[in-house]
Design a protein around this ligand. Structure first.
Ligand code: URA
Length: 187
């Protein structure tokens, strides 16, 4: 396991997959490095790539609003992605790209030691919870692994495309708030 400094250094110089050729910035992750709650998206979009920060585009604005509903925010959550470089035209990150990058996220998780991990959308849920995860069926359900509570909610981009999913996500956020209370996570 690398230290934060080593990990960030390696990640910023990474050439493990082809996404390094089209990126403007590596989007490493943000938030308190001892957060008890961690959010994981799929990969940077255009704004994130330009700024080097996760969830700063339209989906990020909605994510901030979602967090605010249950008194969370960037000050008390760590936010990262499965892949750290933008897939061209925002396509899904391919399996080899995810595999090339997942070690960075695993190292981040080992350093942060969150009590709760919330996957944002299908891609993160399939990678972190189970390969046959189906977001429409399984969102909001909880899994326990190595003392960490894991769940997935709809990706904010999906909620922007289809607002009819928002009431279910509201329920999932309430469930997250309850889990935070239950595991005594600091927020
Ligand atoms: N979508 C993601 O999955 N991650 C980001 O950082 C931005 C948009």
């Amino acid at each position: 396991m690398l230290t934060w400094e080593e990990l960030e250094g390696e990640c910023l110089r990474c050439t493990h997959c082809g996404l390094c050729r089209t990126r403007h910035n590596v989007v490493f992750g943000v938030g308190p490095r001892d957060a008890d709650v961690m959010f994981v998206g799929e990969g940077p979009g255009e704004q994130e790539d330009l700024r080097g920060e996760p969830f700063v585009g339209p989906a990020g604005k909605l994510l901030d609003d979602m967090l605010c509903i249950i008194d969370l925010g960037r000050h008390n959550c760590y936010i990262a992605n499965i892949v750290k470089c933008r897939p061209p035209r925002n396509r899904d990150p391919q399996e080899p790209e995810q595999e090339a990058c997942i070690g960075y996220l695993r190292n981040q998780v080992a350093l942060v030691k969150p009590k709760i991990i919330v996957c944002l959308g299908r891609i993160a849920a399939m990678k972190l919870i189970q390969p046959d995860y189906r977001i429409t069926r399984d969102h909001g359900t909880w899994t326990e692994r190595n003392g960490v509570s894991l769940t997935a909610i709809y990706h904010p981009s999906a909620l922007l495309r289809d607002p009819s999913k928002r009431p279910e996500t509201f329920e999932d956020l309430l469930s997250l708030r309850e889990r935070i209370r239950k595991v005594n996570a600091k927020v």
